[in-house]
Ligand binder design. Structure first.
Ligand SMILES: [Fe+2]
Length: 279
């Protein structure tokens, strides 16, 4: 069984809540994650100092493989010349040198994709053709039965309240390609509220080829939205050969700690397909 801690939207800078961040750091060793996914927006305004603080934070997390992607707040919005010249320079200096990367552990392959589009779409993001080819190349070598997980900041399905519902261009064809590649699950952030969707909300496929879409709320900032207004949350995901379990944790002011708020179990349809049919 594989345990994945999925946090997101830390927003170092004015929105960051230090007290909540410290509680999260205290809790994480007890959760015993095998992998930690951080799905973007490490900073509020992509400033050097904010990236330094975010970098210090992620170094204090348990020493396990990290899967990270930049969010739209990790590229400079107002420093326009920098946004066009070198939009991810500080992210690559402080968080991860690669904008797209792969983490392979026993039982899963994670492909992290940079969904930001700093020169064109500031907020709604996109996935480029070469990134789909990057996925294809890596998933072709995944071990049989390994969960195939894509991590990207921007959402691939709408939350029920449609708040901030800016869809990325070519969304259907991107999800179609992920389906052909046998992707089991997509992890993201951006909405600042937890949400579990499915590719069937966007494209028609057989149910046994559908992709689970899991969004995390903001884990440490004041920017929670909709049903998580002013709240902080993360997901604890466990994967075995038959199921994916998603446990949503939310910070409760009463107890001053993160508590499990809901649990969701999904069968791993994709793993039933022989590898030759997953390409
Ligand atoms: Fe964010």
């Amino acid at each position: 069984m594989l345990t994945v801690l999925h946090i997101s939207d830390l927003h170092f800078g004015p929105p960051y809540r230090e007290q909540i961040g410290e509680k999260l750091l205290e809790l994480t060793p007890q959760l015993r994650p095998d992998v930690i996914v951080i799905s973007g927006d490490f900073t509020q305004r992509a400033k050097d100092e904010q990236f330094r603080e975010a970098s210090e934070f992620i170094k204090r997390l348990p020493d396990v493989p990290q899967v990270v992607v930049p969010g739209n707040h990790d590229v400079p919005l107002y420093r326009v010349a920098e946004r066009f010249r070198n939009p991810h320079g500080l992210y690559q200096q402080h968080i991860h040198p690669e904008l797209n990367h792969v983490v392979t552990v026993d039982g899963a392959m994670f492909v992290a994709l940079d969904s930001t589009a700093p020169r064109t779409a500031i907020t709604n993001g996109r996935i480029r053709q070469d990134q789909l080819e990057f996925c294809c190349d890596w998933f072709a070598g995944a071990e049989a039965g390994a969960a195939r997980i894509v991590v990207a900041h921007h959402p691939f399905a709408s939350a029920p309240d449609y708040a901030h519902d800016a869809r990325m261009p070519r969304l259907k064809s991107v999800l179609q390609r992920f389906t052909e590649l046998g992707v089991d699950m997509i992890l993201g952030g951006h909405l600042h509220r937890a949400y579990i969707g499915n590719s069937l909300d966007v494209i028609e496929t057989d149910h046994d080829r559908s992709i689970l879409i899991v969004q995390s709320g903001t884990s440490t900032s004041r920017r929670g939205r909709a049903r998580e207004t002013n709240k902080n949350s993360f997901n604890l995901i466990t994967i075995d050969s038959d199921h994916i379990d998603v446990e949503h944790h939310i910070y409760l002011d009463d107890t001053e700690r993160f508590e499990p708020a809901s649990q969701h179990r999904f069968p791993r349809f994709g793993k039933r397909l022989p590898n030759s049919q997953r390409q």
